[in-house]
Design a protein around this ligand. Structure first.
Ligand code: F0G
Length: 520
C-alpha cells in the first residue's frame, strides 16, 4: 500500500486513481515533469498545470538555480529572525519601485512577508481588520470624552426616531438617556464586520480566506463562525455603488453635541466593511478576467465605504498576466496587493502583502510575524526572479504576451470549430481557460452520468495526460473549465501537441464517445 494514499489523502487519491491521474512524478525540469510507467520507463509530461501558476519560468530554471546554489554555498541565513534582514529589504526595494511604476502610486508601499498564498491573503485581511479596529477605538475614545464632558444638568433633545432607537421616552431623565445612549453605541460598535468578495472568488483555504471564497464546499461548514462575507456579481457591485445606503454596510452611532445648553444627538457612521477583495483575473473560479468597468466600480465602492481594496494577485501577479500586478491592466486601484506563487521562481515558498504607506496601521509589524516569513534565502531568490523577468533590453516578461497570443489563437479557433462542445475561451497572459458545454443533455447515458458526477474536466485531464502526456487540471470550483498555466518557455511544438489533443477530445465529446475519452 502506498503511504501517501493511506497516510495523507485517502479520498483524493481514490479519485486520482479512477481517472488515471495517479502518477508519481520523480523529476521536474523546464516545461516537464517525469514519471515512470509500469515498465519502469521514464515518461516526459508537458506541464501546463504549472504548479497552479507558480512555475512561470518552468521547473528549476538554470540561472536561478545557479544563484540558489551560490546562496547555499555562501550559507546565506535562513533563520535569522528578529534581526535586520537584508534580503527582505532588498526585495522590498525592488518590489516597491516596480509597484509604484505599474500602479502610478508615488508614496510607496510597506511589505509584510509570508510563505503561501492563503497566508498572504489571511495577513492582508488581518491587517485590514487591525486598521479598522484602531479606527473604531479612536471613535469610541472620542465618544467617551464626549459623554464625560456632558454637564449632568443639561437636558436632551431627542428626535422621535432616536427615542425609538434608544428605547427611552421623552420624559426620561438625562441620566437614563445617557445610559441608554452608551449601551446603544456599544452595540453599534460591536456589530460583526463584513467582508466583500466577488462571485467565483478564490482566496485560499484558511478560516478567513475560505470564508471569502465563493464555492460553498470550501466554507459552508464554517457558518457557525459567523463571519459575514457578501459575494457580489459585477451587476450588484454597480447597483450598490449607486444605492450604497440601502445595503446595511455600515453601523450608525449617536454622538452628543451641546447646542445652547441642550444635548442633541448626531449620527456617526461606523465602518463595518473590513475590505473588498478582488482577483484581477480569477483563476480557481474558472478563469474570469475582470474588466475595466467592474474595476472602476470596485474603486468607487471602496471610496464610498472608506475601506481598503485588496487585489489578490497570488495567481494573476508576479508576471503571469504580463505585469507584476494584473490590476494595472484594468485600472483596479488597490490599496493592498497580495503576491505569492510565481514570485518564488519555482524554488521557494514566499508570499508578500504590499500595503500603500497611507494605509499602514502603525504597530501591525509588532503583532504580525511568521517563523518562515522574510528569510534571506527566499527573498534573494525572489529578487533574482524579478530581475530575470523584468530587466534587460529584451525582458523575459515580453514572452508572456507573445505566447498568450499564440496559444489563445489556437483555443479561439477550437471554439469556433466546436461551438457545440466549447462554451467559452477566456485568457489573460499565461492564465488561460476553456469552458466546455455541460453534457447533461447529451444523447449518451454515460455522458449524462459524467455530467451528474461533475467529472467532465477531470476525464479530459486524464485523457490528455495518458494519451498525450500533457498535464492540466480543471479549476477546482468550476469543473467544466480546463485551466492552462504554461511557462514563458512554451514552444510551438507544445502548442501543436495540445491542439491535436484538444481536437480529438472535442470530437470525442461531439460524438459522445465516452470509451474514447476514458481510453489512454
Ligand atoms: N489566492 C488566489 C487568487 C489563489 O489562486 C490561491 C490558490 C490562493 C490565494 C491560495 O494560495 O494555495 O498558496 O495557499 N490557488 C490554487 C488554485 C489553489 O487552484 O488556483 P495557496
Amino acid at each position: 500500500m502506498d503511504n501517501y494514499i493511506t497516510l495523507c489523502k485517502p479520498t483524493l487519491s481514490k479519485a486520482l486513481l479512477s481517472i488515471g491521474l495517479d502518477k508519481k512524478y520523480f523529476k521536474a525540469s523546464g516545461n516537464y515533469l517525469y514519471y515512470r510507467n509500469s515498465q519502469g520507463e521514464e515518461v516526459e509530461v508537458l506541464d501546463l498545470l504549472g504548479g497552479y501558476g507558480a512555475t512561470l519560468i518552468g521547473h528549476f530554471h538554470p540561472q536561478i538555480g545557479s544563484r540558489y546554489k551560490d546562496y547555499i554555498e555562501q550559507k546565506v541565513p535562513f533563520h535569522n529572525q528578529f534581526s535586520i534582514r537584508e534580503g527582505a529589504g532588498e526585495l522590498s526595494t525592488l518590489l516597491n519601485s516596480r509597484l509604484c511604476h505599474e500602479t502610478n502610486y508615488r508614496d510607496g508601499f510597506q511589505f509584510c512577508y509570508t510563505s503561501t498564498g492563503a497566508e498572504t491573503m489571511e495577513i492582508a485581511l488581518k491587517h485590514a481588520e487591525y486598521a479598522r479596529s484602531l479606527e473604531l477605538n479612536a471613535m469610541q475614545q472620542q465618544l467617551k470624552a464626549d459623554y464625560d464632558s456632558l454637564n449632568p444638568q443639561y437636558s436632551y433633545h431627542l428626535l422621535p426616531q432616536q427615542e425609538r432607537l434608544l428605547g427611552v421616552s421623552r420624559l426620561a431623565s438625562s441620566h437614563v438617556i445617557k445610559q441608554a445612549l452608551v449601551r446603544y453605541n456599544t452595540e453599534q460598535f460591536n456589530k460583526h464586520p463584513i467582508f466583500i468578495a466577488l462571485e467565483n472568488a478564490f482566496h485560499g483555504k484558511m478560516m478567513l480566506t475560505a470564508n471569502c471564497t465563493h464555492h460553498p464546499m470550501y466554507r459552508a461548514f464554517l457558518r457557525c463562525l459567523n463571519i459575514e462575507t457578501r459575494f457580489l456579481s459585477a451587476h450588484v457591485v454597480n447597483e450598490i455603488v449607486h444605492n450604497i445606503e440601502h445595503h446595511g454596510l455600515w453601523g450608525e452611532a449617536l454622538q452628543p453635541e451641546v447646542i445652547d445648553g441642550v444635548i442633541h444627538l448626531k449620527p456617526l457612521i461606523i465602518r463595518r466593511v473590513v475590505a473588498i477583495l478582488a482577483e484581477p483575473v480569477q483563476g480557481e473560479g474558472g478563469v474570469w478576467p475582470l474588466n475595466a468597468t467592474v474595476a472602476e466600480d470596485l474603486n468607487k465602492l471602496r471610496d464610498s465605504l472608506h475601506c481598503p481594496l485588496i487585489a489578490d494577485e497570488v495567481q494573476s501577479g508576479s508576471g503571469r498576466c504580463g505585469m507584476l500586478v494584473a490590476a494595472s491592466n484594468i485600472g483596479l486601484n488597490a490599496d493592498y496587493y497580495a503576491l505569492s506563487k510565481a514570485l518564488g521562481a519555482g524554488y521557494v515558498k514566499i508570499g508578500v502583502v504590499a500595503i500603500k504607506k497611507s494605509h499602514i496601521a502603525s504597530g501591525f509589524d509588532l503583532i504580525q510575524s511568521s517563523t518562515f516569513g522574510e528569510d534571506d534565502l527566499s527573498c534573494k531568490v525572489a529578487r533574482d526572479y524579478l530581475e530575470l523577468l523584468f530587466n534587460g533590453d529584451d525582458p523575459l516578461i515580453k514572452r508572456v504576451g507573445k505566447i498568450s497570443e499564440q496559444l489563445g489563437k489556437i483555443l479561439d479557433q477550437l471554439k469556433n470549430r466546436f461551438p457545440d462542445v466549447i462554451k467559452d475561451v477566456r485568457y489573460q497572459g499565461l492564465l488561460l481557460g476553456i469552458e466546455f458545454n455541460d453534457v447533461a443533455e447529451s444523447s449518451s447515458y454515460l455522458m449524462q452520468n459524467i455530467a451528474a458526477q461533475r467529472s467532465l474536466g477531470y476525464i479530459i485531464a486524464g485523457h490528455l495526460l495518458n494519451a498525450y502526456n500533457i498535464r492540466v487540471a480543471p479549476s477546482g470550483s468550476s469543473e467544466n473549465v480546463l485551466r492552462f498555466e504554461p511557462s514563458v518557455y512554451l514552444e510551438q511544438r507544445h502548442i501543436s501537441l495540445l491542439q491535436r489533443g484538444l481536437e480529438r477530445i472535442c470530437l470525442g465529446i461531439r460524438y459522445a464517445d465516452v470509451g474514447f475519452l476514458l481510453r489512454p
